[in-house]
Design a protein around this ligand. Structure first.
Ligand code: ADP
Ligand code: MG
Length: 249
């Protein structure tokens, strides 16, 4: 049993079948990539995992519990955190201020859920935010406005903000889209570091095959809303169906 189990998920937009009988199992503590041509249904699938969309049929189980019918923030509290395609940070705030937002949200969420027991002080929350920034090599940039950072650093900050929620499953939708090679390589290194240092499962949608083959342990290829193959990177590279559907060979 994987930490995430998707069974027979279907999703239509009017006459368009965006997802057709999707089955996907993501093993705990692995990096699992989902690839496929534009319009294959990758983002739709991700949206079904985080409560942004509700599948027409099928089930989505996270750690043995159904996510269906739950609100995005509830799914987040279950331990799933998601990084969007375009960085979702507050450009007018400093890096530190951005980092404090999820750290306070985490504390206050825990406070409302378990009102009895100890609650982290404001000082502890600041310490946590500082620690997270130094872990993510952003501490020196804490006073900068987030908008003035490079694309790679914005992504780094956004990932740090997600990690402060202590997710067990991190979902990334094309995290290196539009990045220069140096920023892409930094993002690869960051994700490798996160994988090594934390108990975390990572599901990544990615177009850049260099990123996919640098990180993924399993790869699912989605084509026209349905998984075509799922295998190890080595087997995917040479798979004739994948070459045909995805690499256009
Ligand atoms: P991918 O992320 O693999 O590029 P998407 O999941 O974004 O693909 O889209 C899959 C298909 O569903 C596409 O044909 C897209 O146009 C369509 N689609 C996605 N979201 C919507 C929506 N909200 N309403 C209508 N059609 C949509
Ligand atoms: Mg997409």
């Amino acid at each position: 049993m994987g930490i995430l189990e998707v069974k027979n998920v279907n999703k239509r937009f009017g006459g368009l079948q965006a997802l057709g009988n999707v089955n996907l199992s993501i093993a705990e503590n692995t990096v699992h990539a989902i690839i496929g041509p534009n319009g294959a249904g990758k983002s739709t699938l991700l949206n079904c995992l985080v409560g942004k969309l509700i599948p027409d049929t099928g089930s989505v189980m996270f750690d043995g519990q159904s996510v269906l019918g739950r609100k995005p923030y509830e799914i987040n509290q279950m331990g799933i955190s998601r990084v969007f395609q375009t960085p979702e940070i507050f450009g007018d705030l400093t890096v530190m201020e951005n980092m404090l937002i999820p750290c306070f949200a985490k504390r206050d969420g825990a406070f409302s859920l378990h009102a009895i027991g100890s609650v982290a002080s404001e000082k502890d929350v600041f310490e946590k935010a500082k620690q997270m920034l130094s872990d993510m090599k952003l501490y020196d940039k804490r006073e900068m406005h987030a908008s003035s950072m490079s694309r790679g650093d914005k992504r780094r900050l956004e990932i740090a903000m997600c990690l402060s929620q202590e997710p067990r499953l991190l979902l990334l939708d094309e995290p290196t889209a539009g990045m220069a090679r140096a920023d892409t390589n930094n993002t690869i290194d960051l994700l490798k570091q996160i994988k090594e240092e934390r108990d975390i499962t990572i599901a990544i949608i990615e177009h850049d095959m260099h990123v996919v083959f640098s990180l993924a342990e399993r790869i699912t290829v989605l084509a026209q809303g349905t998984p075509l193959v799922e295998d190890t990177p080595d087997n995917i590279k040479g798979h004739p169906k994948v070459k045909e559907a995805y690499l256009g060979e």
